[in-house]
Design a protein around this ligand. Structure first.
Ligand SMILES: Nc1ncnc2c1ncn2[C@@H]1O[C@H](COP(=O)(O)OP(=O)(O)OP(=O)(O)O)[C@@H](O)[C@H]1O
Length: 210
């Protein structure tokens, strides 16, 4: 269960998003909204990456504000357009993540192989294409033992062969390991691809479940 409580986020006195109270039971959620609606801002709030008013609880008790280290171990986030220091290799980043968070529920080596990452993992990320960077960022989000994985536009730049692999791992983590997902996507997510628990929409700067 994820609980968002009295959340407000402003940039330069301008309200971007508010969430008076929202409870998300264990599930897979698709967050929708037009360009600039506030989806990435919401995910960054839930990931605990930006300052905001209010609080987010994961597993109903672990607070992003009061237990920030424990909270961040429970929440993974893959950015829409990942950026890493240019000189690091994919292997450096994977070692950093598995060292800090542990390899996790499943074999990260297996997912890496399925995504074709071993072919470029030893190269600096500055040499990666946007799809290669995306695959690496998704792999990193599946490390550790999170209760919640936030995926911001995971489908953009992925080739068509990779999308079913990603959906398969989302389903596997959800059903076998109890991981919840919040996914933003401008692309349609059909019931055949993922059994969505609910859709989240941003309506007049307020995040709601529909
Ligand atoms: N660092 C920032 N400083 C000032 N304003 C910001 C900042 N980041 C985002 N915003 C503003 O917050 C609003 C929401 O942006 P956000 O990136 O969350 O939208 P989004 O729904 O993810 O959009 P898109 O679908 O285009 O990616 C926009 O008006 C944007 O200009």
């Amino acid at each position: 269960m994820i609980t968002l409580h009295q959340i407000q986020k402003k940039y330069y006195d301008s309200l971007i998003i508010s969430v008076p109270k929202l409870e998300l039971p264990h599930g897979i959620y698709w967050m929708q909204g037009g360009n600039g609606a506030g989806k990435t801002t919401c995910l960054k709030i839930i990931a605990g990456l930006i300052p905001f008013e209010g609080d987010v609880l994961v597993k109903s008790t672990i607070s992003s504000k009061r237990q920030p280290v424990q909270y961040r171990q429970m929440v993974s986030y893959a950015e829409a357009e990942p950026l890493y220091p240019a000189f690091l290799t994919g292997r450096d980043l994977l070692q950093l993540h598995t060292g800090a968070r542990g390899e996790g529920y499943e074999s990260i080596t297996e997912l890496s192989a399925l995504l074709g990452i071993p072919a470029f993992i030893h190269n600096p990320v500055s040499s990666y294409s946007s799809g290669m960077l995306k695959k690496l960022s998704l792999l990193l989000a599946f490390t550790g033992r999170p209760a919640l994985i936030l995926l911001d536009e995971p489908l953009i730049t992925l080739d068509t062969a990779t999308i079913p692999i990603l959906y398969d791992w989302i389903r596997r983590f959800h059903t076998q390991h109890g991981v919840s997902f919040v996914i933003t996507s401008h692309q349609l997510i059909t019931a055949g691809e993922l059994q969505l628990t609910a859709t989240l929409v941003i309506d007049n700067k307020e995040l709601k479940k529909v």
